[in-house]
Each structure stands twice: as structure tokens, then as C-alpha cells.
Write a protein that binds this ligand. Structure first.
Ligand SMILES: Cc1cc2nc3c(=O)[nH]c(=O)nc-3n(C[C@H](O)[C@H](O)[C@H](O)COP(=O)(O)OP(=O)(O)OC[C@H]3O[C@@H](n4cnc5c(N)ncnc54)[C@H](O)[C@@H]3O)c2cc1C
Length: 492
């Protein structure tokens, strides 16, 4: 099939009804329910970009074995140039949502690639598991499927092993010639309600007594017995104003409790079976952490740039950027996220760290495949994510700290859009209005930062109809509605 566009992604969700519960009700169609429809559209935008001639080559590659195109996250990195291409793809997709989508499809695509490349590790349990993981990788790649995952057991009693907590944690309950049956709960499936499939595996640290829980397999989200109970969403009725909630309205990734109710999994979809030792080796003996850290930290860089952009816009909007101490704070925040072309040093900038320097070195040092491992681990002990997390926490923290500091008491004073525009004309309302134009749309605030980068073309578009209700309800007169709509669209 090759890469999908957004409509094909949505059609796939509609064609595979799933059991999803929210607020005590079963959702008929996740593509239209207000709690999910916005994020479905955002995901569709990502898929659309894969077939857009302008971004196709950044986001996809031609699979040599099939001649079809596939998402760049599936591409094994054979050279340092491949690493760069993968990073550019992660960066582009993340830029389409300001780095706010932590579980865009590329996250688990890179996990699956790591598993497929480590087929011999899975093969320790038997050759068929090695074959299964490779076949599944090819199936997901060639059909461009969206995976979610649920690694964690529910938090009821952390002093006991899973085996001691019967009938709660997900485990195998029956084995037949054709497959296995699994029963029990897992968490936390971010975007699980709108995914195509669940890739199941566990965190390391499972005790010998938990062999029934040491499984890896895949199911379709629509398989019989797969049930998801979602957390409370930010909106159940879709009536929150886009003006007041531009980010959470558009980029909420709902999480679910995943329940397997005697779910059948055919052997072809089982990758690891009752193997505690192998389960506990997955993170150290595959490139799982390397690949996920590359994607995650590239995405985090975009988010940090966004936070710093917001801080700069806030400072500018009230003239605080003229003060020396504010300039110093902004400079420190910027230092963490702008390219450090020459230094390449760890402390010299997250971007340099993730993108340029270490990736190439790690690539050269690794064996058959070029892994971004060392690129992300220096200063971070043995976890590839940890080194970057230090920079991440620092730079993101600085960005948000600046934005909070410069906004001062303003958040206390702001009403919602309706208050501000209900009776235009007073001095206070005019002041609040101008402030909000500059600042309350953080996406608009950061636009300058994103657009100023040479060659960048990252544009954010609100879905059709977004903000309509707000305009109708909050404005007096069609002119005001038109003005605000025009501003909203132009801002992004
Ligand atoms: C917004 C969000 C989205 C997420 N999305 C996903 C997702 O898409 N897929 C997914 O698989 N997971 C997801 N997670 C889950 C995430 O991986 C877990 O929250 C994380 O691994 C921690 O596990 P936990 O929440 O069960 O905490 P616990 O493991 O229960 O830990 C809680 C605290 O108890 C202590 N503790 C627990 N057990 C022990 C012990 N045996 N010995 C000593 N101390 C102990 C720890 O120190 C810790 O501080 C998500 C989480 C969040 C918050």
C-alpha cells in the first residue's frame, strides 16, 4: 500500500470500530467525537504531509525491497546521512504541532524498527519469533499503520509482583496451536483510542515469578475483547474556545487504561512468549532506547524552541525586552535551543547535541547499523535519553520561567475571549485585546521564530470551522467575527 494520506488514516479508523469508553459512555466513532476529532485531524495533517510533493522526500523514503514509499521512521540508518534524514523527518512532523505531540506515529515506528533490527534477540525464544517481528515490522511499514503501546501495569500494589495480583495485570491465560489468549489490564495507552494497533511489550525488571506477564505481541485496536477506558478529556462537548485554548484544543493526546478481555493473539503476532530473561534484556540489547531517544529529543527540541519563542513574544508584547536583565534571561533561554554550528559541545545547545555532533560520531562507532546512541547519552549515564533530558529540562524550564515571569500579573486579569470582546471600546478591553493578540495565541507568537529559519516552511492551520462558535458567541457583529477569524488564520 505505501504511505497513507490523512483521509486514508481517518477511513481506517472508521472501518475498524473499537471499544472506547469515556465519561461512562461508549464512543461510536472516534473520528467525530469532540474528545478525539481534533487530534484525529492533527494526525491526518501529519499523514497528508507524507504525500505532499513539498515534504514527501523529507518525510518518506523508497523501500528498496518493495519500491514503495514508507515513513522515514521505518528507514534503517546505514549512514550518518541516514541519521540526518531521519532527524529532519522527526523535526518536520514535530514542527507541525510545536513539539506538543509526544506520541505521533513516528515514536512507535522507530521502536518497531529497533525490534526488527534486533531479530536475533527475539530469535533466542525460537526462530519463529524472529520471523514474526520482522514480518510485523514490514506489515506496519507497508501499510503505514499508527501504533500505540501500554508498558505499565496498573498501580494498585507496587510491593507485589504481578503474579501475586491475580486477574489484574495483563498475562497469558491460555495457549492453543493457533495462538494465545491474554487477559488483564495495562496502562497508559496514549492516543490508543485513535491508533490502529497496539504493540505490547514490558519495561525491564520483571521477576522470574512473572513469566506469564513477560510477553510481546501486537493486536489490532479493533480486535474483540480489546477495551479502552479513557481519562477525562479537556473537553467532552468540543465547545471550548480556540482563542483561549489554541494548544490543548488541538493537541490533546488522550490516554487510556487498556483492558484485554480474553483477547486472542495468533502466533504470527507473538514476538516474545513467557521469557523473563529476554524481556529484561530488550532495553539493553536492542536499539530501542537509541532510536526512541533520537525521535523524542528531536521533538523535544521543537517544543523548547516553541517555549522560548513564547517567552520572547511575551517580553516584546509588553516592552520588557528593552530591559537588560530580561535580555539576559532571554539570551540564556535562546542559548539552549538555537543551532550551535561550531561548538557542538554538550552544554552549547540542545540542537547541536541532538542533531550534529554526537550522532555522526556514534554512527561511526556503531556496527552494522548507524545508531544515534552516543549522541544522546553523553553526560547522561547509560540511558540515551538522560543526557538530553538534562538539557531539555533546563532549556524548557528557562523558556517557561521567562514566559511566566514576564507575564507577571496578567494571567490573573485576563478574562476569556468573550469578556474581552463583548463590549469593545473601553481602554482596559483595548489593552487586554492587544495583549492577547500578541501573547495569548502562543502559536502566533512563535511563528516568527519558526518562520525566520532559512528554508523553513512550517505552517499551522486550524481545522476548518475551528473557533467558529467562539466567534459567533463572543463577538458583537459579523465584522468582529470576521476580523477575529482572519486574525486567527493569519496568525498561524
Ligand atoms: C501523560 C502520560 C502519558 C503516558 N503515555 C504512555 C504511553 O503511551 N505508553 C506507555 O506504555 N506508558 C505511558 N505512560 C506511563 C509511563 O510510562 C509511566 O507513568 C512511568 O513509566 C511510571 O510508571 P507508573 O506511572 O506506573 O509509576 P510507578 O512505577 O508506580 O512509580 C511511582 C513511584 O513509586 C516508586 N516505585 C514504584 N514501584 C517501586 C518499587 N518496586 N520499588 C521502589 N520504588 C517503587 C517509584 O520510585 C515512583 O516514583 C504515560 C504516563 C503519563 C503520565
Amino acid at each position: 500500500m505505501g504511505v497513507r494520506n490523512g483521509q486514508q488514516f481517518i477511513d481506517g479508523l472508521k472501518a475498524n470500530p473499537r471499544e472506547v469508553w469515556i465519561n461512562g459512555e461508549r464512543i461510536e466513532d472516534v473520528t467525530t467525537h469532540p474528545a478525539f476529532s481534533r487530534i484525529v485531524r492533527q494526525l491526518a495533517r501529519l499523514y497528508d504531509a507524507q504525500v505532499d510533493p513539498a515534504t514527501r522526500d523529507t518525510l518518506t523514503y523508497e523501500v528498496p525491497e518493495t519500491g514503495q514509499r514508507a515513513g522515514m521512521a521505518f528507514m534503517p540508518a546505514k549512514t550518518a546521512e541516514d541519521l540526518r534524514r531521519r532527524r529532519d523527518a522527526f523535526y518536520h512532523w514535530a514542527s507541525m504541532n510545536f513539539g506538543l505531540m509526544g506520541r505521533s506515529p513516528d515514536f512507535l515506528n522507530v521502536s518497531l524498527l529497533a525490534f526488527a533490527e534486533a531479530r536475533e534477540v527475539f530469535g533466542r525464544g525460537g526462530q519463529r519469533y524472529a520471523d514474526n517481528i520482522v514480518n510485523y515490522y514490514e506489515y506496519v511499514r507497508d501499510n503505514d499503520l499508527f501504533l500505540s503501546h501500554a508498558l505499565i501495569t496498573p498501580q494498585n500494589d507496587r510491593t507485589k509482583s504481578s503474579a501475586e495480583q491475580k486477574n489484574l495485570h495483563m498475562r497469558v491465560v491460555k495457549e492453543t496451536d493457533s495462538g494465545i489468549y491474554v487477559q488483564g489490564a495495562r496502562m497508559v495507552a496514549t492516543l490508543g483510542a485513535v491508533a490502529d494497533e497496539m504493540l505490547m511489550y514490558c519495561l525491564p525488571g520483571i521477576p522470574e515469578s512473572d513469566a506469564d506477564h513477560a510477553l510481546s505481541f501486537a493486536v489490532k485496536v479493533s480486535d474483540p475483547g480489546v477495551r479502552q477506558i479513557c481519562r477525562e478529556p479537556y473537553t467532552l462537548d468540543g465547545q471550548r474556545s480556540d482563542f483561549d485554548h489554541p494548544l490543548s484544543n488541538n493537541f490533546e493526546e488522550n490516554d487510556s487504561l487498556l483492558i484485554f478481555d480474553n483477547v486472542f493473539v495468533p502466533w504470527e503476532r507473538v514476538f516474545m512468549y513467557r521469557d523473563v530473561a529476554l524481556n529484561n534484556a530488550l532495553y539493553t540489547e536492542t536499539a530501542l532506547r537509541n532510536y526512541t531517544a533520537h525521535q523524542t529529543n528531536t521533538r523535544a527540541l521543537v517544543k523548547m524552541q516553541f517555549a522560548v519563542g513564547v517567552a520572547m513574544a511575551v517580553a516584546r508584547s509588553i516592552g520588557a525586552d528593552k530591559f537588560l536583565h530580561v535580555q539576559r534571561m532571554l539570551g540564556e533561554a535562546l542559548n539552549g535551543v538555537v543551532p550551535q554550528e561550531r561548538s557542538g559541545a554538550f552544554g552549547g545547545g540542545m540542537r547541536a547535541h541532538v542533531i550534529r555532533h554526537r550522532a555522526a560520531r556514534a554512527a561511526a562507532a556503531s556496527g552494522a547499523s548507524h545508531l544515534p546512541s552516543d549522541s544522546l547519552s553523553e553526560g547522561g549515564g547509560n540511558h540515551p535519553d538522560r543526557g538530553c533530558r538534562r538539557v531539555h529540562d533546563d532549556a524548557l524550564g528557562r523558556g517557561f520561567h521567562c514566559a511566566r515571569t514576564f507575564r507577571g500579573h496578567q494571567p490573573l486579569l485576563q478574562g476569556c475571549r468573550r469578556d474581552v470582546f463583548a463590549r469593545p471600546g473601553t481602554a482596559v478591553q483595548a489593552r487586554l485585546g492587544s495583549f492577547r493578540r500578541g501573547v495569548r495565541h502562543p502559536a502566533a507568537s512563535v511563528r516568527a521564530l519558526l518562520c525566520r529559519r532559512p528554508g523553513s516552511d512550517h505552517r499551522f492551520e486550524l481545522p476548518p470551522g475551528a473557533g467558529r462558535r467562539d466567534d459567533a458567541a463572543g463577538e458583537r457583529g459579523a465584522g468582529a467575527g470576521r476580523r477575529s477569524r482572519a486574525r486567527t488564520q493569519a496568525s498561524f
